[in-house]
Design a protein around this ligand. Sequence first.
Ligand SMILES: NC(=O)c1ccc[n+]([C@@H]2O[C@H](COP(=O)([O-])OP(=O)(O)OC[C@H]3O[C@@H](n4cnc5c(N)ncnc54)[C@H](O)[C@@H]3O)[C@@H](O)[C@H]2O)c1
Length: 342
Amino acid sequence: MKKILVTGHNGFIGPLLVKLLTENGYNVVGLDTNYFGHDCELYSQENGIREIVKDIRNVDEKDLEGIDAVCHLAALSNDPLGQLNEDLTYSINYESTVHLAKLAKKAGVKKFVYSSSCSLYGVAGDKALTEEAAFNPVTAYAKSKVLSENAILQLSDKDFCTTSLRNATAYGISPKLRVDLVVNNLVGWALTIGKIKILSDGTPWRPIVHAEDIARAFIAVIEAPAESVNGQAFNVGINSENYQVKDIATIISQIIPDCEIIITGEYGPDSRTYKVNFDKIKNYLPNFIPKWNLTKGVEEIVESYRKNKLDDEKFSGRYFIRLKQLEYLLSNKFVNEKLYWS
Ligand SMILES: NC(=O)c1ccc[n+]([C@@H]2O[C@H](COP(=O)([O-])OP(=O)(O)OC[C@H]3O[C@@H](n4cnc5c(N)ncnc54)[C@H](O)[C@@H]3O)[C@@H](O)[C@H]2O)c1
């Protein structure tokens, strides 16, 4: 049985990846500093795995003993969070990634799968971007993804297979819900106040993908022959799942009929607009078969928000918004200014 280390296993995508890996017979070890504790759960889910509660900056050789593959998800993981402290973003997202990948290589780990992001393409025009497109990162978060991808690529060789998965913007339900993601956010507005508030003019394009399908991409890479994934980067998503924000709102309003769409435009025309091409992952990884699309995903989110009684207080509180939770930990001195537990 293969042994997989999943870093960031207690975040949004992590629990879904752990569940799929376990169901597929893998022996999983999780590693997370646990910035998002049980109070940040939409619902609880036992994972039954060995968990290492540790900061990624302090990982050592022992943590990698006997590991066959690493799925590296731990990060300060979105643009606003990355802006909280740019130095910390570089240290946690970039330097620790290099440190972990070097240790993994030394420990004889065979595959290193890195959770990157389509946000490294930054501002782009109307054409759907392939993996060959130029990087144009506009935030510390996106820059940390570019630096990390480049660094782990340097480490790849015939014995150490590295792959970067450039995930589209995720959506969907996980025990550690996030409502700072466009689909999850707009459904939340619709159900809590009956209005879908769009702060841009609604025209920006966003490629979106269900978090569980991101997990499927990790498993597809782990199971693929090394020759087809070594040193490669893949956009993770589906061509038909590029949407303009206003179209996401329209689909939500068809599923939740009594809600009103309000385009406030207060942020002006959002320049972060991009479409992404997902042919490569389909061609290289035929075992990657996504199961979700926006309509199905919105139905899932609506059902879960209702079942778990997501009210306005929980929706706008710290529990499901990464930046608010970290600010809460900082202001109460649960973590110090370097985000180490006090
Ligand atoms: N969610 C998305 O839309 C999306 C899109 C593209 C890429 N990604 C990438 O996928 C990965 C996972 O995303 P997510 O949405 O699950 O993020 P998340 O913020 O929900 O979870 C990240 C996890 O990493 C942990 N972590 C943060 N800093 C750490 C540290 N110093 N040491 C140990 N653990 C630490 C956190 O406690 C958290 O559990 C990230 O690398 C992210 O950049 C996410």
